[in-house]
Design a protein around this ligand. Structure first.
Ligand SMILES: NC(=O)c1ccc[n+]([C@@H]2O[C@H](COP(=O)([O-])OP(=O)(O)OC[C@H]3O[C@@H](n4cnc5c(N)ncnc54)[C@H](OP(=O)(O)O)[C@@H]3O)[C@@H](O)[C@H]2O)c1
Length: 346
């Protein structure tokens, strides 16, 4: 039987997450890009704004966003705008019958938590309640049935995937705060010009930012069912893409027994999570340009601390790749469709 084709729109195609969506969707066997729109700062052929996409000649021109035009031309839309702009547009599209995936942080948290960590007003609670948190490794069935999806944050994805297998095992035991040391490539901060992202500032430097205040902290705690309190340190690496998480968990030795086998079994049916063999560690270069997450565990008997490492591409599993994985599920396609790229090592 011939596969039904899906008309998709991308709102924010000139941003880092949006342009990665264009790149992925242009090769999707069952999805056609029928709508591209942004703020109006760039209109016309997308190749004029983004030369690497110039040869994708069948794409519609970029226009200034209009909910009417989007609803008319799409069955499903990806909304990849800054937080504060993105969520309400995704909600409006969903209300008009367009399945919507919001890549921002606007729909991921309860309203009161969002207000505290994002320092702005959330969308209404009844609307938030409709949005499904789009981490398929946690809630594949809910995503498949969703019409409005909150795509997870990049640090949150890497951290939750690193720690989620522990949740059920530690539930009954008290575990101290989990320390997460997380690093991101510069595209994680978006494409708008900022002084700290200029080459002269970023190159040859390394330091933490938003210490104790990063908005992915509550998202990670929520994604781990509140079992762990999280201490998150975020740092910007002087590379374009990639997230690397090192997490440290004080664990009872009995829980640490067979830890590798437990992780491997937890992710047995997760096509994008690769639990590495003992003695191996994730590499950012191994996941760049893919939707993969590499995870490794190392039990340190001397200190009683479990080290968990994970790596993703912030624009892949951390944004556009994951959004496409969610869209595949929402459309009834195999979740790996259009996402089988291998990384470029060098
Ligand atoms: N970058 C990442 O690694 C990453 C990872 C996970 C999640 N996210 C989230 O994904 C979203 C997009 O991130 P990004 O890094 O791609 O941002 P970005 O590079 O700054 O791009 C933002 C895009 O939004 C458009 N835009 C801004 N205001 C608009 C408005 N009022 N109406 C219509 N379009 C508007 C811009 O279009 P114009 O060029 O036309 O102004 C641009 O295409 C953010 O919410 C971010 O938190 C990003």
């Amino acid at each position: 039987m011939e596969q039904q084709r899906v008309r998709v729109g991308i709102v924010g195609p000139t941003g880092y997450a949006g342009m990665e969506l264009v790149r992925l969707l242009a090769q999707h066997p069952y999805m056609d890009i029928t709508y591209l729109a942004g703020s109006g700062a760039h209109t016309g052929p997308i190749g004029d704004a983004l030369p690497h996409l110039r040869r994708l000649s069948k794409l519609p021109p970029v226009s200034a966003f209009s909910a009417n035009a989007c609803a008319e031309s799409c069955d499903l839309a990806f909304v990849a705008l800054p937080s504060g702009e993105s969520g309400s547009i995704a909600v409006e599209l969903a209300q008009r019958g367009v399945r919507a995936i919001d890549l921002s942080g606007d729909l991921r948290l309860p309203g009161d938590v969002y207000r505290t960590w994002y320092q702005r007003e959330p969308v209404a609670d009844d609307v938030l309640a409709r949005a499904v948190y789009g981490l398929p490794e946690l809630n594949r069935a809910d995503v498949s049935a969703a019409s409005l999806v909150a795509n997870p944050g990049c640090y949150a994805t890497a951290a939750i995937l690193a720690l989620r297998p522990l949740v059920d095992w530690v539930k009954s035991k008290r575990v101290g705060p989990v320390v997460i040391d997380a690093k991101s490539g510069a595209t994680g901060a978006g494409r708008a010009a900022k002084q700290n992202l200029q080459l002269g500032e970023l190159a040859n430097d390394f330091y933490p930012y938003r210490v104790g205040a990063h908005q992915h902290t509550p998202e990670i705690e929520q994604g781990l069912d509140g079992v762990f309190q999280i201490l998150l340190t975020t740092q910007l690496l002087p590379i374009p893409r990639g997230i690397f998480v090192s997490a440290y968990v004080s664990l009872d030795p009995d829980l640490a027994a067979d830890i590798h086998a437990r992780y491997a079994s937890f992710y047995e049916s997760a096509p994008f999570v690769d639990v590495l063999p003992p003695g191996h560690v994730p590499h950012i270069k191994s996941v760049a340009g893919t939707n993969d997450c590499q995870v490794s565990v190392a039990w340190n008997e001397r200190t009683g601390i479990l080290q968990v490492f994970s790596a993703i591409d912030n624009l892949g599993k951390g944004a556009a790749g994951q959004a496409l994985q969610n869209a595949n599920l929402m459309c009834g396609f195999d979740e790996t469709t259009g996402l089988t790229e291998t990384s470029l090592w060098t």
